[in-house]
Ligand binder design. Structure first.
Ligand code: UD1
Length: 423
């Protein structure tokens, strides 16, 4: 298995292009199931998660053409040849569970494997199922699979989510666009990914109001048509690379980066001492002579501080002046990076959902590994600030969500390289 080797190498300087958003693109791809016309996506990130979902969609009968080196993807679901999403693929990628809503809406039946837990928590799907039941689906759990049937089609309903769920909002939205009548989603997610998904559905002919608010109203239509849609820049990749010059000094421009996609995060980074400037081509972030101060963070649904940037922010706080309190409210077990950071000399105390981090003078390189995507990248960031060599193992997690991370970081002066498993 490949590993990535990082050495602290002083301040960074230059520009990093931000790729299309993984989580947005995954959901947009599922929208192809809702129409027999082609859906073309541009600014597609080249990531293994995208390839995994593409493979799943192909098993359902979607024809996929990759153009411009994979940056453009044309998906055509002229007919659905299979209504069953297999465990072998769904277990690799939880977002595959989001084929359930579109398949059910198009075919009146879907059989999708339960995704199971993952390293960051139990990650239930009860809210997805509750929403589809409200829309009239009959749901049976059979041997690890969700079997959803709506013999007479789906019917609009009011769905009040007890907690905000990005995936459940998107599954419900996808199912409701072809349902008969009106659906109201209350306490809906307003993540940029969800808004982009809804906008793509609108461009396909769906009638949706209230995107970006906690209440979304959908008027069902008989059919959707094809469209071309550009994937928004990845706000999590953006935040990750904004932390790089914060942790090791310097000035970096994130090309294509948009502050409105990561406002709460940018506020915290400024509070910590970074200077952030919007430019014509993206966002410039500089540390200057400032030292990084400890800042408290609590993760929350958008527009709050994203849980997907908590691990990276913790890496930064490990070398900040003072003590910070990082509270995770979205996932119950999302501090697996803490023990690895401690192995690099960090001072972190985790009690339940709260990590107390006291900055240390210097982190020290070590062999580390992580069990999820964002945790892995936090170890790379820590390695950029550490003395000596950090070897990050289990790199396949990084390849799920970061495109050519070693190339992007070495282009701004980081000492980082990939060692292929075969030599
Ligand atoms: C999405 C993102 C993920 C991000 C997360 C929160 C994708 C592919 N992934 O995941 O990167 O970290 O949003 O911003 O878009 N929950 C339930 N029952 C459900 C559904 C969720 O209890 O049926 C709980 C989850 O366990 C979690 C919380 O709700 O504690 C939020 O999860 P959710 O917003 O659904 O996350 P995902 O859509 O899986």
């Amino acid at each position: 298995m490949d590993s990535i080797i990082v050495r602290g190498n002083g301040p960074l300087k230059g520009a990093i292009p931000i790729s299309g958003a993984k989580n947005t693109c995954l959901k947009l791809m599922t929208a192809a199931l809702l129409t027999d016309e082609p859906l073309t996506l541009t600014n597609v990130p080249r990531l293994s998660d995208i390839a995994t979902l593409a493979h799943l969609l192909e098993t359902l009968g979607v024809e996929i053409a990759r153009l411009q080196d994979g940056r453009v993807m044309a998906l055509s679901a002229r007919s659905i040849t299979n209504r069953r999403a297999d465990y072998d693929i769904v277990r690799k990628l939880r977002a595959s569970f989001n084929v359930l809503g579109p398949l059910l809406a198009r075919e009146n039946e879907a059989i999708v494997s339960l995704p199971g837990g993952c390293a960051i928590g139990a990650r239930k799907v009860d809210l997805h199922l509750m929403a589809l039941e409200k829309l009239g689906a009959e749901i049976r759990l059979e041997e690890g699979y969700v079997h959803a049937i709506a013999a007479n089609g789906l019917t609009g309903a009011e769905i009040d989510f007890p907690m905000v769920s990005v995936g459940a909002t998107e599954n419900a939205l996808a199912a409701a666009v072809l349902a008969k009548g009106t659906t109201v989603l209350k306490n809906a997610a307003c993540e940029p990914d969800t808004v982009a998904f809804g906008e793509c559905l609108q461009a396909m002919g769906a009638k949706i109001d209230g995107l970006g608010t906690r209440e979304i109203t959908i008027e069902g239509v008989d059919r959707l048509h094809g469209t071309t849609h550009e994937v928004i820049p990845d706000r999590i990749e953006l935040g990750t690379f904004m932390i790089a010059p914060a942790i090791c000094g310097g000035e970096v421009e994130l090309l294509g980066g948009r502050r409105d996609l990561a406002e709460a995060f940018c506020d915290k980074l400024e509070e910590a001492g970074m200077s952030i400037q919007e430019t014509d081509t993206g966002i410039r972030v500089a540390r200057g002579n400032a030292s990084i101060r400890a800042v408290d963070v609590t993760t929350a649904p958008f527009p709050g501080f994203p849980t997907d940037l908590q691990a990276q922010f913790m890496a930064l706080m490990c070398t900040a002046e003072g003590t910070s309190r990082l509270e995770e409210t979205i996932f119950e077990n999302r501090f697996m990076h803490a023990p690895e950071l401690i192995r690099m000399g960090a001072d972190i105390d985790v009690q339940g959902g709260v990590a107390t981090v006291t900055g240390v003078e210097k982190l020290k390189g070590a062999p580390v590994m992580a069990t999820d995507l964002r945790a892995s990248v936090s170890l790379i960031l820590a390695g950029l600030a550490a003395e000596g060599e950090t070897v990050v193992n289990r790199v396949y997690h990084l390849d799920r969500g970061y495109e050519r991370i070693e190339e992007k970081l070495s282009a701004v002066g980081a000492d980082i390289r990939r060692v292929r498993a075969d030599g």
